[in-house]
Structure formats: C-alpha cells, structure tokens
Design a protein. Sequence first.
Length: 432
Amino acid sequence: MNPTATPIEHFLDEDKSLACIHCGLCLGSCPTYLETGNENDSPRGRIYLMRAVQDGRLPIGETAVRHIDLCLGCRACEAVCPSGVQYGELLEHTRDHLEHRHKRSWFQTLLRRVAIEQVFPIPERMRIALMPARAIKALRLEKFLPKFAREALSLLPEKMSASELPPVTPSDGERRARVGFISGCVMSVMFGETNENSVKLLTGTGCEVHTPGEQVCCGALFAHSGQLERARECARTNIAAFERLGLDAIIINAAGCGSTLKEYGGLLRDDPKWAERAAKFGAKVKDLTEFLVSGFGFRVEVGADTSNANAKPETQNPKPLVTYHDACHLCHAQRITKPPRELVKSVAGGNFVELPESDVCCGSAGSYNLTEPEMAERLQRRKTENILKTGAKVVVTTNPGCLLQIKAGLKKAGRGDIEAIHIADYLAREIK
Ligand code: SF4
Ligand code: SF4
C-alpha cells in the first residue's frame, strides 16, 4: 500500500506530546517492547512516531499504523513515567487521526467497522451474533475454521449468563447510599451473573442500586479504536441517563469501562455544554472494589482463617491457593491495586499468593485480541506461564476481557481445572 502525503495537522496537544523526555524508564514496563525488543514498539518510540506524523516528517502509511496498532493501550508506560506523560490520551488522539485517513485491508475494516463498532457495543446485537458462534462450539466444528476464527471462538466461555437488572434494587436493611450501576455491554451479555453478584454486594452494604435502562456502551471500544466522536456520543447519553438520578456514586465492575467513564471530563472538555457535567459524572465513578473498601464499610464474613499469613496452604489448609491478576485499566489507568487485593485476601487469607508480572497485560486489551491475535497470543502464553508458576487454583480479576483471555489461555495449556473468576463472583460465593 502506498503511503499518502501527510499535511501538518495538530491532532496532539503540543505540551502533552512534548512532555516525553526520552528517558526510557517506561521501556521495561511495556509488554510489546518486552516481547519484540523493538524501540518502535516501545512507548518512547511510539511517541516519537506520533510526533513525526503530526509534524509531517512521517507519512501515514504502514510503518506508523503498524506500530501504533500493536500498542495495547494498557498504559503501563503512563504509570511509571516520571514526566507525567499522558500516553493514553496521546494514543487515542493519534488513533482517531490515523483511523480517518488510513485505508485498511477489507478484513480489518470489516472487523473494526462492523463487529467491534456495530455489534459489541449493542447487547441485543451481540446476543444474536453469538448464537452461530455458540452453535459451532457446541457441535465442535471449530477445526474447520481459519486460525483467527478459532482463536476468537476460544475466547467464548463455556457458560454465559445474560441478565437485565431492574431499574432500582433496594438496599438490604437501612439505606446508606444511592448508587448507579453501569451494566456494560459484554458484562450484561456474557457475565449477567457477575452483574447480579455485584449488585448483591452493593445492596449488602446498604446501597440502593439504580441501573437506568437508558444507559449505553461507555464508549471505551470507540475511544480505543480511533472513533472519538462516537465515544463522546456514548458519554453524553450516559451522563444524561445518570445525572438526573442525583446519585452518591456510579459503580462499574469492568476495569476497561471504568477508566473511560472516569475520563469523560477529558473526553468532553472542548464541549462547553457538556464539559462540566462530564467532569462531575467522572468524579462519581468508582470501581466496585474501590467502593467496597471505601467508607461504606464493606465487610466480608467468611469461614476462612485470615490471621495466619505465613501458613503453607497446600499442606496445612485444604482451601485452594488464590492469585490476583491486575487488569491494566484498573492498575495503570486508575492506579487501583490495593482494594482488590484487600478484598481477595479477606477471603483467601494465607492462601493468597502474588502473581509474577501481575500487572503485565494478558493480551486481551479490549478488542486487541481480535485485531492483533498474534501478539495477544504471545502475551496470553506469558500470563498463563506466570499463573502456573504460582501453583494457584483460582485466578481472580476485575475485567471481562482479562477473564476470557485468561480462561482461554489456561485451557490451551491443558489447565482448564484452574478457575479464572471475576472478583464480584468470588466475593459473593464466599460471603456468608
Ligand atoms: S514516556 Fe515517560 S518514561 Fe517513557 S521515555 Fe518518555 S518521559 Fe521517559
Ligand atoms: S500503552 Fe502499553 S503497549 Fe502501549 S506503549 Fe504503553 S506500555 Fe506499551
């Protein structure tokens, strides 16, 4: 494909894109750099490429697009950057710029414009689209499909549960707070039971939970795939749906959606009608785990003895070893690492074991495992190997994409006996 001449267009904020001091401290945290060792697949290299495109020194062609496409958007680089580079925002604006100017192959166009943008964000369409996929799996016909389709099908869980939550779920006992709940696209179609358990945990702490039916996709899929205007449309609809309810907090149980919801203020900052409302909405958004350990006093009452942190669980305690995988958009984008660990440890006690490279992306990264299956599989294997090193029988995490990716990785490794579970399901199962 011939690169097209690139006029100088300022799609990046000048100060933000010049904040990188090229120190290279982010390189060791970048999963794609760890895998390829190529500077162009590192945060520093990618920022250089973004600037080169903006300045017209690099045409929009395969080189620029390839290295930007291969970025997971995991934001591990952002979390370690001493210069405060807002890499996530630079990436979203670069993708938006490239996506509207670069012609992709028919396959990538179909995948992005139809499957990712027209099906995944709309639960009714996703339910219908999953029917043939589930039939193929049930009839074990995967072997007749090309590799990319087999890989995509391997992500589908054996058990799926859809659910539609009522507009209002009353608190157990006296009401202490009124919270909104984001039911999510993938969550409501594949992890309905997880949503129900999340609401159960919230009502158990005295929350009245509001789940307005007018809510739509958080916009993360659009923001991450270079469709910022569509992400903004989602944001406006959600803000209008929740702000009229006058809530104390808005709760989300999917890390990827949570970071986008919290960043609505940035997404709409140039829209005078919505900027302030978006910032207010973002400030109310809380990940389920950070909310549960906050002042609302969530308590887990379980049978596990959590006092003996040095126990050798496999020999002294029949309960299984449990580990925790940090979803990128929770630990890097939202900087939340302690609350989920506290919650898991409150159940597992001495049976908790840390996962090596817990905060290195599992390769799921939103729709990345569909658009970049090769790198996604490499990172899936890396994550699986690390899980196996721990000897854990249960892997807890906080994001549907990670769950699907880790489950599929364990199955491929012949270790389908190891359970990957959402933290809401894990807590709900263990609470008395
Ligand atoms: S992004 Fe941050 S950590 Fe990475 S090279 Fe630039 S200044 Fe250094
Ligand atoms: S977002 Fe993740 S994959 Fe992309 S440059 Fe940063 S650390 Fe690397």
